[in-house]
Ligand binder design. Sequence first.
Ligand code: TYD
Ligand code: MG
Length: 456
Amino acid sequence: MKGNKTTFVCRECGATSIKWIGRCPECMEWNTYDEITVPSVSARSAARSENKAEKFSELTLPTYMRSHTGMNELDRVLGGGLVDGSVVLLSGEPGIGKSTLLMQICSELGKTRKVLYVSGEESKGQLKLRAERLEITGETLYLLTETDTDSVLAECDRLKPDVIIIDSIQTLSSERFTSVQGSVTQVRESAMCLIAYAKKNSAAVFLVGHVNKEGGISGPKILEHMVDAVLYFEGERTNSYRIIRAIKNRFGSTNEIGVFEMGDKGLREIPNPSEVVMAERPVNTSGSCAGCVMQGTRPIISEIQALVTKTAYPSAKRTSDGFDHNRMSLLIAVLEKRMGLKFYENDVYLNVAGGIHLDEPSADLSIAMALISGITDKVISDEIIAFGEIGLSGEVRAVSHIDYRVKEAVRLGFKKIILPKKNITPALKVPDDVQLIGVSNIYQVLAHMTTKAPNE
Ligand code: TYD
Ligand code: MG
């Protein structure tokens, strides 16, 4: 490859350098630089000269052909189905269910499209066993166990599949690239070949990527820039719920999440996550409040639990699961200052049930109420739900999508909805037995908490 140059790429964060360095100045990791070969400048400029700029006003709108994967939860995250010619990176920890999910969608896609499932990790027998267990049919579903990129591409040329699943990208390598399997060069070059194939042949490609212990996609982090969509598959090993979220999507929004449950017949969709989360809610306990956040177009109701106990440490402990730690500290500071609650004497453990992340300011009010309930030991009735943003003076500010949230709360049977006063408009209609309680300041919520009965 005369005229080609070598450069060094960090396998953790994708930073580049013209010389090898021991510690990456971007991500501060040690010994993560791999050497890769890039085409010479003259080869690049030859390719560049063919490209002409077009007038923006004369461009025609593209029409994306989408296929349904048979999993509405996945279609939603993809922006309404799998787009032909798109490359999707599906990443998650080992054992979370990536292979299971992709095998399951093969069943539906395989009814109408030609699907090639390439596995570099399992034998055909293992794949068949799993497919039997998941009751996968699909007349036009093909399985290939291969780790050589060029053989995969050759098989793609022969079969001409509409959908290609690569499980996983880290197992692919080619002799053309002088680097070991799983290295950043192999992963990058193999992915580039597959992306080029996808674009040229309008085939949709799923690339499975394993994540490292820090949660980033190890090695193929650099793939995030090259692919059309990046999906993270998350969940606790100890809990059967799994959430899929889009981190990047060129063909849809990145706010949507898909919720699944892992069972003995593979992944089952959970179209109404709020119901599942709320089903396990304890009754008549202090420190618990229901809240609602928007995940894309879908409101999700979840339970916030706050355990507030006298501290045994010189400085009180604070932990938060499912809610931003800094935001929790800010809300605690507001409650201390505006309501005189002595959180500094107490440890605070905050938890959002069901593995949902509350990353919207509208969760503030329910978090604050759970905290107040936790410290005062007063109970919030299970008929109450709250949403609203809290400002530094303790004021409750209006939130968006109020009608979606109220509708979902009514559907789940809540009878008292505590919301920002500004959000109550004549257009906001609720059934006669549901009460809308407008609040403008955080201390007004105290009136809606009751002292626990001694026998409960
Ligand atoms: P898998 O899809 O192999 O995970 P990944 O490809 O992300 O590494 O699934 C892993 C786990 O799921 C495995 O521990 C077994 C469990 N599982 C079930 O509980 N039910 C099932 O029907 C299947 C196929 C797997
Ligand atoms: Mg797997």
